[in-house]
Design a protein around this ligand. Sequence first.
Ligand SMILES: [Zn+2]
Ligand SMILES: [Zn+2]
Length: 169
Amino acid sequence: MNEQETHTGGCSCGAVRYESHGKPTRAAVCHCRYCQTRTGSAFGMNVYFEDSQIKVTSGELKEYSFSNNANRHFHNRFCPKCGTTVFWRIEMRPGWTGVAAGTFDAPSFWFETDEAVQIFTRTKAPFVNVSFSDSHETAAYYSPTHNDHPGLMIREEQPLQSFDLIAHD
Ligand SMILES: [Zn+2]
Ligand SMILES: [Zn+2]
């Protein structure tokens, strides 16, 4: 683990601090309504690591769990003092920890974005323009508007409605 690059980050008040080791598995700009409400911003900048790559070095996190209308489970982990959601887990990605990229110490957006995607563009704010070549109206594993990466093939076994969060507008 010590050979890998290490980055640090934390919540707004500094009570929660963490380290990441190595490169993330995935980076995504997510325009879904959950990311918009979680952040209060136009989109979530989300990076995913294997659980073992993330170490909480101080502070305690509280968890808020919920299910969406497709009955998928989400577990947000936040600082109870300042309310920053730092991590989350999603049912779709067992063994992965999602990290809110804005919580990394500067330079916050250090990770490589060659494989980055933007997802749930159906609820993208009209003034947001993201330069990632992979762009998906919903989740990355079905109905891609572009599919330049062979690793992002549509998974046939996923029913189309399984992650179809966006019926709001
Ligand atoms: Zn805090
Ligand atoms: Zn999202």
